[in-house]
Ligand binder design. Structure first.
Ligand code: ZN
Length: 471
């Protein structure tokens, strides 16, 4: 008898699982066709508002609600500065921006693509219609601080933990309020574009981090190599600067000597340098959790037989037919890899997803995406970047923080020609502090002639981040 009951029980459970699977299959198909239909119809606003009526919240790591559904309305962070600072990341339920949490995590926020068991459990507890919450790695107070530094400028700033890959702050300016975005009015030019993830910038002298690495790793590397820089190019039309006297690798890095790095690049060779960048994993990054990231682009084949052109490549200036650009996120990851013993960690912006039963999913895992630099090269680059900020000859004095070791590299890039010429100022750096393993990248468009802005902003961001408990 006992055996019979047990068999019956098993049969019932099997039947239940089978029906649930069948039902789920149908529901899933319906949702698929519904999603497709809405996409075709251009996802009209009323329908979207309806769909987000019970959507989950989006929260920062410090517990600030960045988006929630209240009384059938989707509302965003109360603080308008915070709202602006995260507008391109959090996004809008109207989907005017697509590369956002609201859009790319729609199925989680709405809770409409759950597996059978999860939906069954939620249904029997009466929470079947509630969406899941998305917990971000973003620190709201820090993000707001970063926005305050950037708000009157055009550009981007990214702050991340180079041990875990968690992004603590990410700002793109100009930015506007969610009310404007939802209404699609009074939006400043390019304010819906996420420069941090998709803005491709010529790296300028920040690229000398990679040039140094390629030179240090090259079979042609000579630690005793020095060069007398009087500012003139070694090769006609090649890399030049204002003159730095006798420089070696260390002093050339601190002074950001174009002539030295141009010649080092020529010694490495176009093909070897290109191969080094590929092996380092530059440009391999094309996603941030479910968001898309524009990978760095580089191509120096035009300089295969042109040493003058090749010398410019090593200074981070993509002149002529050279191709060289990078997003602020990838620039921050590059500095992070230097500080992290050469290991490039996979970045995350979603910490975890929490369903209404408090079950966590898609928890951010620390993953080493690859080895960007060998440990020896990373150690050497670390010394160079620390010295480049600490040195009395440094142009990065604005990035110094009392009591903390800061490493960094600045860069400036001339955009356009003649009266329309402007300057992009860049800075990337890190804190050599186990309690605060942070890296930062800052890009300021239309900056003044000398790069004091991006350096100062980067330093301020690291200083502020070090005030909070690590992790
Ligand atoms: Zn020089």
């Amino acid at each position: 008898m006992k055996q019979l009951i047990r068999n019956l029980k098993i049969a019932l459970v099997m039947l239940l699982i089978f029906s649930l699977a069948l039902g789920a299959g149908l529901v899933y198909q319906q949702q698929q066709s519904q999603t497709t239909l809405l996409a075709v119809a251009g996802e009209n606003k009323a329908a979207l508002r309806q769909r987000y009526a019970q959507a989950g919240q989006i929260l920062s790591r410090d517990g600030v609600v960045l988006a929630s559904s209240e009384n059938g309305e989707r509302v965003y962070a109360e603080d308008l500065t915070l709202q602006r600072s995260l507008s391109q990341l959090v996004g809008d339920y109207t989907h005017h921006m697509s590369n956002t949490i609201e859009t790319q995590y729609q199925s989680e926020l709405l809770g409409n693509q759950r597996n059978v068991m999860e939906q069954f459990l939620l249904d029997v507890t009466g929470r079947g219609l509630q969406g899941s919450d998305i917990h971000l790695t973003i620190h709201a107070l820090l993000n707001e601080f970063v926005y305050e530094q950037m708000k009157n400028r055009t550009g981007s700033a990214v702050l991340l933990n180079y041990k875990t890959g968690e992004i603590l702050a990410m700002v793109s300016t100009p930015a506007t309020t969610m009310a404007n975005i939802v209404a699609y009015k009074d939006i400043p030019d390019t304010a819906l574009f996420n420069r941090s993830l998709n803005g491709r910038y010529a790296p300028g002298s920040t690229f000398k981090i990679m040039t140094s690495a390629a030179w240090l790793s090259s079979g042609k590397f000579d630690p005793a190599y020095t060069l007398e820089c009087n500012g003139d190019p070694v090769r006609a039309n090649g890399a030049r600067d204002r003159g730095h006297g006798t420089v070696n690798l260390d002093t050339a890095f601190t002074l950001s000597c174009n002539v030295f790095f141009g010649e080092a690049t020529v010694k490495v060779g176009a093909k070897n340098f290109y191969d080094y960048l590929v092996n380092a994993g530059l440009g391999r990054l094309n996603s941030l959790d479910r968001l898309s990231v524009s990978p760095a682009r580089y191509q120096n084949s035009a300089a295969a037989d042109d040493r003058a052109l090749l010398s410019w490549f090593g200074t981070g200036q993509p002149v002529g037919d050279l191709v060289l650009n990078i997003t602020p996120l990838e620039l921050a990851l590059m500095s992070g890899a230097v500080a992290n013993g050469g290991n490039l960690v996979e970045p995350h912006v979603v910490r975890y997803i929490n369903n209404p039963l408090n079950q966590k999913r898609e928890e951010a895992q620390t993953t080493v995406a690859g080895r960007m630099f060998s440990p020896q090269v990373a150690t050497r680059l670390q010394q160079m970047m620390l010295e480049a900020v600490a040195s009395g000859d440094s142009i990065q004095t604005n990035a110094r923080i009392e009591g903390l070791d800061v490493g960094g590299k600045s860069g400036t890039v001339e955009i356009g020609t003649g009266s329309k010429q402007t300057i992009n100022a860049l800075w990337t750096g890190f804190l050599a502090d186990p309690e605060h393993p942070y890296a930062v990248a800052v890009v300021v468009e239309n900056a003044s002639g000398t790069n004091t802005t991006a350096v100062a902003i980067g330093g301020q961001i690291l200083k502020e981040a070090a005030r909070y408990e690590g992790g």
